[in-house]
Design a protein around this ligand. Sequence first.
Ligand code: GDP
Ligand code: ZN
Length: 471
Amino acid sequence: NLLAQDADPIVAIATAPGRGAVGIVRASGKSLGALAQAITGRVLLPRHATYLPFGDGQGGVIDRGLALFFPAPHSYTGEDVLELQIHGGPVVLQLLLARLLELGASSRLRVAQPGEFTRRAFLNGKLDLAQAESVADLIEASTEAAARSATRALAGELSQAVRALAAELVELRLLVEATLDFPEEDIDFLRQAQAQRRLQALQQTLQQVQAKTRQGALLREGLQVVLAGQPNVGKSSLLNALAGAELAIVTPIAGTTRDKVSQTIQIEGVPLHIVDTAGLRDSADAVERIGVERSWHAIAGADVVVFLHDLTRLQAPGYAQAEAEIARGLPKGAPLLHVFNKRDCVETGAQARLLPQVWAQWGVEAGESVWISAATGDGLQELRLKLLQLAGAQPTSEGVFIARQRHVQALEQTGQHLGAALHLIELDAQAPLDLLAEELRLSHQALMAITGEYTPDDLLGAIFSSFCIGK
Ligand code: GDP
Ligand code: ZN
């Protein structure tokens, strides 16, 4: 029985696998008083740390440490929570876990599933869905900015923005539903209430939340950046320079980067998954051909394509043709940045003279370009900022809360239904009120999916119990 299983007390090692100074075993359940007493041999004071031995049941001691008891509902999960802190060795933690399972067998204590503590916190109203997700995002954060923005989401910044939108949406729904329910009221009623202006304002606020949420999703998920270009133009050198370490093998022999090398770096806190493509050229070598094929796959899924050129070889025989061929194969969807490398090898001021020639020679449209030297680091900061800009990321993560694609999509749906509602209301006198009401309902529903608190039926109850229409 799944429901009974869901109510069973759970226990798990809460700290990361491996060795640490301290390790924590945590249990949660409706009533853990007996278990707490059994493992500690005494009645614990709520929310006080008590130092004591944890017995093995055969007269021995597994370890000494701290026991903390958080009675429901004032705990992480909202249930009774027992937290035991001992030395952080995998074996000693396993022994304590096994002893707890033994002691809790009669109350059906079992090992927790992944995320189950946080799931219970959500089900018991300790966190909403967006906050619960940000717990995982904080733990998984790969940059400082991602961690900070996860903390902001956990504190409820996304949830608050969503609730503020929802509150206004509920009032508008209320207005339309009331107009629907009392036939003597007509569209004039909506007009007097400035429904259209309020819908427009709501749409604007929504767009602001959407922009922040997209930034948040970017911080969490990062960007796919592909380094494309002929052999020996400096792709590996650029990747190394951006990463600040010798990660890929740099060699002067053409075609030695056989496979793509992916490396995650960060620019202003945004994780960039950079793929250094193998030299994109025809080759007789079978292994090299596989690498080339993979590179084309990576390019197809890119958020930004960096097309690297070698300033020292612009006039070399066959160079222009090879460039034109690569250009033809680049994905049309992703923004393209032309990066001219080895600028330390050409005279200053060459840029203005060479660039127009280059576009004409390759038969390509003049595009966004940066001149750099991967060897000296010149122009790299400009390149970093351009990359973010092209991907639609702001160079600062100030005030951004972490978010997921799920939130971005939910807000998009909210906006689509809101837009449809606005369109209907602009029809004015002929506005089909039932359709308008339905669009607003769908908009609200999409929005509340973010915090996981969408409850369709009690909404209307709330509307008509609070709405005084004066009749
Ligand atoms: P890839 O085949 O495109 O990955 O090119 P590499 O990164 O392996 O570089 C090819 C050669 O160009 C190496 O000898 C690098 O040292 C050299 N190189 C790369 N960037 C620069 C640069 O900015 N200036 C100069 N002078 N040489 C560079
Ligand atoms: Zn390379």
